[in-house]
Design a protein around this ligand. Structure first.
Ligand SMILES: [Zn+2]
Length: 351
């Protein structure tokens, strides 16, 4: 091969090689093109080897061109390689793409039940007055639930609140508590006076469900026992609570009522928050009967080992469900226990 022929061939290889390398569609075909263009068995490889058989002078000038062509081809291969790598990386990123602007999956959100809201509100008012929260078991024995509260076995009050007894072998007198008053007994048994507690919780009676009755309902009961506690103290505390719940402008009234564990017993009414005492669909005669209360019966104090000559006290019980019904204008107590999310969504639960 003479010099002119070799230079022409190198020129052809430069053009053909650059085109082949630049046209490689992916990393694999680039490698194949590199072998075809610059490999030992390529035409360019042959041309390089043929330099050895050329005259010294030709070899030098043709060699210089060959080096130049090799550099051009190597540069073309490197350029194509980095371009293909960029494309591959972009494809990977696209496959992995996370679009933060897309709307997310909104988690279902729960909320506090209206009874819980009412209970928290009532308890908050009492704790701000210095009462502390006491809790007890929902399954009680006969002594704590009835006898200690001055309700002996033959007392007619036991038929007033037909109870739900629990069938536990060896414990014939266990029942679902009919009031949280048993917590008052347990508290007095566990500590000397003074006592200022409220006992929020769930209670049970054998009731047929209707718009105003449910076999399960909720109470916040309270007890204050100290030296020198009077009926006036009770009225003052309960009036403060009624106003905190239903508005500063509310008036209260006390009427006589009978509960075996208090003497005297009373019912506290609050002037209607909707009609202010004029009479309406909510209240009827202008007053809402809010709670039962009274001065703790001396027998109850003695049952718990308190000196009833030295200590006096008052007790009361507010229905948390009743407060929730009034506060939120709910027409039927059964709605509180249906678990219907469409109803509960009014307090923030996601339907
Ligand atoms: Zn009214």
């Amino acid at each position: 091969m003479d010099r002119a022929e070799a230079l022409r061939a190198l020129e052809e290889e430069r053009e053909r090689g650059v085109a082949a390398l630049a046209g490689a569609a992916d990393l694999e075909s680039l490698e194949a093109a590199r072998t075809a263009v610059m490999g030992r068995k390529s035409r360019f490889g042959e041309l390089q080897r043929s330099l050895g058989s050329m005259a010294e002078e030709d070899r030098r000038s043709v060699g210089a061109v060959a080096n130049e062509v090799r550099e051009v081809l190597q540069a073309a291969a490197a350029e194509r390689l980095s371009a293909l790598r960029a494309v591959a990386e972009e494809a990977l990123l696209a496959a992995d793409h996370l679009d933060l602007s897309l709307p997310g999956h909104r988690p279902r959100r729960g909320s506090l039940h209206p009874i819980t809201l009412a209970e928290y509100e009532i308890v908050d008012i009492f704790t701000s007055l210095g009462f502390r929260v006491a809790e007890g078991p929902e399954i009680e024995d006969d002594w704590h639930n009835f006898q200690a509260l001055n309700i002996p076995p033959d007392h007619p009050a036991r038929t007033m609140k037909d109870s739900l007894y629990v069938d536990v072998p060896g414990h014939p007198e266990l029942l679902l508590r009919t009031e949280t008053s048993a917590v008052q007994i347990r508290t007095m048994q566990s500590q000397p006076p003074p006592v200022y507690v409220v006992a929020p919780g769930r209670v049970y009676r054998r009731e047929t469900p209707d718009p105003t009755h449910s076999p399960v309902f909720h109470q916040v009961e309270g007890l204050a026992v100290d030296e020198g506690i009077t009926f006036g103290d009770m009225k003052g505390v309960l009036e403060t609570v009624a106003k905190a719940l239903f508005g500063e402008e509310r008036r209260v009234r006390l009427g006589p009522a009978y509960f075996p564990f208090v003497e005297p017993g009373a019912e506290l009414g609050v002037s209607c928050f909707a009609c202010d005492g004029a009479g309406c669909r909510i209240c009827g005669d202008g007053w809402i009967e809010l709670l039962g209360c009274g001065m703790v019966h001396p027998t109850v104090l003695e049952n718990c080992g308190y000196d009833s000559e030295r200590y006096t006290g008052f007790a009361f019980g507010i229905g948390s469900d009743r407060v929730a019904l009034l506060r939120y204008g709910i027409p039927d107590i059964r709605m509180l226990f249906d678990g219907d999310v469409r109803f509960l969504s009014q307090w923030g639960a996601t339907p």
